[in-house]
Design a protein around this ligand. Structure first.
Ligand SMILES: [Zn+2]
Length: 165
């Protein structure tokens, strides 16, 4: 190998290594805030905020927050869901939800599903699945549904579904 080629190769490898280190640092960074219910990292577009006696607590997604409300009757005074379109909080009761769309926000960064030798999935139950995302308007929910599948439900429909899980 000529000297010039060697240095070009070395530079290229160095650049790849630098990018990998940066990428690794980025993905290995712990999330700034964790869900108060399941301790997963919070994702800005799907955070669900609960007002309880101790103050405001954030859950990683509407499904997780609704689980908490069902398991602790009377503890949640008020709830807000994040409108996925704008990233702003909206009153949970007036929001529309898409359940079962193909983007699983809470679990997309978790480690791969472990499988038993027989091939059975370990992830039989997950508090955050099927995915549940919120929108300010029914129209926005329907647009999302057209792109990602699932079904559009209102607050009480979402609560009913979470209860059944
Ligand atoms: Zn959670």
């Amino acid at each position: 190998m000529k000297a010039k080629e060697f240095w070009i190769t070395a530079l290229a490898l160095g650049a790849i290594a630098a990018v990998s280190v940066v990428a690794y640092r980025y993905v290995s960074q712990p999330p700034r805030d964790l869900c108060r219910v399941c301790a997963r990292g919070l994702h800005p577009g799907v955070t669900y905020r609960l007002e309880v006696s101790a103050g405001k607590e954030d859950a990683c997604c509407p499904r997780c927050g609704m689980h908490y409300a069902i398991q602790h009757p009377g503890a949640v005074k008020k709830a807000w869901a994040t409108d996925l379109t704008t990233g702003e909080f909206v009153a949970a009761q007036s929001a529309y939800y898409v359940e079962g769309g193909d983007v699983e926000y809470c679990t997309m960064h978790s480690s791969p599903v472990e499988r038993q030798p027989q091939g059975a999935s370990m992830r039989d139950y997950d508090r955050c699945l099927p995915s549940l995302v919120a929108f300010h308007t029914k129209q926005e929910a329907e647009v999302y549904q057209q792109q990602h599948g699932g079904r559009v439900v209102d607050f009480s429909g979402a609560m009913e579904s979470v209860k059944e899980q």
